[in-house]
Design a binder for this molecule. Structure first.
Ligand code: AMP
Ligand code: ZN
Length: 439
């Protein structure tokens, strides 16, 4: 089955062909770790987690290598550490841990590689080295302790975002600074004050700009050209436009990525969910309010990833009702997981059409095809072995109780029921056998 993906760079759906034999490489820009993730931040993590599962399914003979970075050097992090009076490393470790835990709760598997920006400043393949290469090629210049990328030296600049240079300058939040040659030139390196974190460099003690981090980490951990580069829509400009330019110039014209993919925004009320607007629902708060990670995940997948998604209480309630019903069927049945139904794979292979997968699962449930449902839910990451593990223990106990009842050992069957009740598990005996639910 061929995989078709929408490429932001060409603005159309294309047949996907991995570049290298033996592997598929994907990089998604990860969190800047200074606060808790909101459910909008979780959208790219969940979407690209589904894509990763699909890639594994589509290319069983290849190694799928997925890297998602941690940005652990940034002015917002420095400000947070200062405000709290703690070392920067304490802030970044705390929020990286939160991020990993929140994403795990949503069924997002850990990336294969999780490069931390601070580990790639120095070294042969680090940011300082890459900035040096850009200066040597004549596309970057040092000025007053800063190094800037000279946008005019890269004629293709603006191709990814489809913006013209004059529009970018007029519309964007480009910083005006006396040391810039061109208004759209962006920072590769900037000086650090004595009390700020910094690294020695040919341009003085300083720290990297955000964009060069990803360019350097991608080259260091995956190579010059990767198959898929992803992130949210807001990263197209300037972040990905700048990554693309830096990498092409540093790597002798080799393109940074074949396919650029961007998820749409999740909104709350009428606006994009964002910390600056204050309309955020934190993943941790949603979980604490009792929504399961699976419900949040399915709600995120209910819209096509490129479409906007409005986050409402009704969406969560409806998703929960649907998922409870499906999981109930799957739990009650003894059917083994079947092959993933063709319809499900076809929908995913068509630019990750998750709403069509949801419709296909509803159809399987009407047909009573529990094996197919199980496989489809697993494909979406909604039947995780990790979180199914305690459940599997429960199933074992339910089985032992059924066996005890069959041999009329009611003392034992009551003991098991009471044990489970103590864990908050309620058993329901019915004509189809015993099912269980959480009280
Ligand atoms: P940030 O922490 O703002 O850099 O965002 C981390 C990731 O979440 C990036 O890929 C963003 O594009 C994405 N993102 C942020 N806000 C939203 C939102 N409201 N809806 C969807 N994706 C978002
Ligand atoms: Zn990036």
């Amino acid at each position: 089955m061929s995989l078709r993906l929408y490429n932001t760079l060409t603005r159309r759906k294309e047949d996907f062909t991995p570049r290298e034999p033996g592997r598929v490489t994907m990089y998604v820009c990860g969190p800047t770790v200074y606060n808790r993730a909101h459910i909008g931040n979780a959208r790219p993590a969940v979407v690209f987690d589904v894509l990763r599962r699909l890639l594994r399914h589509t290319y069983p003979e290849r190694q799928v290598v997925y890297a998602r970075n941690i940005t652990d050097i940034d002015d917002k992090i420095i400000a947070k550490a200062e405000a709290e009076g703690v070392p920067i490393g304490e802030v970044t470790a705390r929020y990286a841990d939160h991020y990993r835990a929140d994403m795990a709760a949503l069924g997002v598997e850990a990336p294969d590689i999780e490069p931390h920006a601070t580990a790639f400043v120095e070294g042969a393949d680090g940011m300082v080295a890459m900035i040096g290469e850009l200066i040597a090629r004549g596309v970057a210049y040092a000025a007053q302790g800063h190094v800037l990328f000279d946008v005019a030296a890269f004629p293709e600049y603006g191709r990814l975002s489809g913006r013209r240079l004059d529009e970018m300058i007029a519309g964007a939040r480009v910083e005006v600074a006396p040391y810039k040659r061109g208004a759209a030139d962006f920072v590769l390196w900037k000086p650090s004050a004595d009390d700020q974190p910094g690294w020695e460099s040919p341009w003085g003690r300083g720290r990297p700009g955000w964009h060069i981090e990803c360019s350097a980490m991608i080259r260091a951990v995956l190579g010059e050209t990767i198959d898929i580069h992803g992130g949210g829509l807001d990263l197209i400009f300037p972040h990905h436009e700048n990554e693309l330019a830096q990498s092409a110039c540093a790597n002798h014209g080799a393109p940074l990525a074949q396919v650029w993919m961007h998820n749409g925004f999740l909104s709350m009320g009428t606006e994009k969910m964002s910390k600056s607007l204050g309309n955020v629902a934190l993943v941790g708060d949603l979980l604490a309010a009792g929504w399961s990670g699976e419900v949040l995940r399915l709600a995120l997948l209910s819209a096509h990833y490129r479409q906007p998604l409005e986050w409402t209480e009704t969406l969560l309630e409806q998703t929960k009702a649907t998922l409870d019903r499906w999981q109930g069927f799957v739990r009650r049945s003894e059917d083994d997981e079947a092959a993933v139904p063709e319809r499900v794979i076809a929908a995913l292979a068509d630019d990750l059409n998750t709403p069509a997968v949801v419709a296909a699962i509803a159809r399987l449930s009407r047909l009573g095809d529990i094996g197919g449902m199980r496989a489809a839910l697993a494909m979406l990451g909604l039947l995780e072995p990790t979180r199914a593990a305690p459940d599997a223990g429960i199933d074992d106990l339910v089985g032992a109780r059924t066996a005890a009842r069959a041999r009329k050992d009611f003392a034992e069957s009551d003991r098991i029921r009471d044990d489970l009740a103590a864990q908050g598990i309620v058993l329901e005996d019915g004509p189809q056998g015993t099912s269980w639910r959480r009280a």
